[in-house]
Design a protein around this ligand. Sequence first.
Ligand SMILES: C[S@@+](CC[C@H](N)C(=O)[O-])C[C@H]1O[C@@H](n2cnc3c(N)ncnc32)[C@H](O)[C@@H]1O
Length: 301
Amino acid sequence: MSENPKSSEEQTEKKVPSTKKRFSVKEAEALGYYDFMSYLGVLYYHIGGLTSSKKLAELCQIDSTKKILMVGCGTGFSACYLARKIGCEVVGIDIAELSIEEAKERAKRQGVSDKAKFRVGDTYALPFKAGTFDAVITEFVSQFLDRERAFKEFSRVLKPGAYVGINEMYREKGIPAKAAEEIAQAEKKFIEITGLPFSLSSPEEWKEELERSGLKDVKVRMCKPSQHLQEIKNMAEAMGGTWIFVKYLIDLILKMVKYSLLSRKIRYRFKRLGEGKKILLRKKSTSKYVGYVLATGRKYL
Ligand SMILES: C[S@@+](CC[C@H](N)C(=O)[O-])C[C@H]1O[C@@H](n2cnc3c(N)ncnc32)[C@H](O)[C@@H]1O
């Protein structure tokens, strides 16, 4: 993959300060889950971070000549990263309006507005002509969707030979009933806080679901969460340097503490989020059955 030749100074977040509006506690409570998290400044949600975003792009054979669609792009952190690192054209779409606002600002701050474009839109009715993209990518989005409807819609907007690439969580099949029950409880917690359907497929089911939409050459790679120093370095670099990243983290924590202290509703959301994440990612007896897949499939005529 070719690197975008922009200088490292041009590539940082520090150039244009964010002009984000401040929300009162009542206004913040009324926001949808992902709009609220984008308002706080959460960069991304998928496991594996920018390293897995780059890996997935490689698996989909993305280079600087390609045009990709990132469905459920959130605040555009991975989309801007891929536009910057690979030089590909990226279109990001998300149903959460504040996330898209932030994504557009991020593209400006990173100097990639010409390559990374964002718009509000729904996965199930993508506002693009058939055969537009070289790849459609989702990162922690398809697990919230009706797979059959979504993958068919992804297929529609792909060029022949182009890829669907997904980074989504899995839970293994045939696991002990107690672990299965706890994982189901975690799914319910995420449904409650996001207001979206949420269910984890097994790696075999992800394969079937991609194939059922007509995609061919489907490959599913199982991955386990791990915290690499390299990933933290990637994030700091994407933010414009270590100190900007540290300042960002402090701001994020302070905002989370502030809204938790001032709002019982928001405190409850964070509590539920923590409980769900613990079951899926940290508790040994359950998290050993959970991971994420980097899966790809191709559209053939
Ligand atoms: C877990 S977040 C992942 C965001 C981003 N891909 C990332 O990795 O950080 C799920 C995203 O999917 C978006 N989403 C959910 N349902 C959607 C739909 N029907 N159409 C478009 N976006 C949707 C949410 O607004 C949210 O930004």
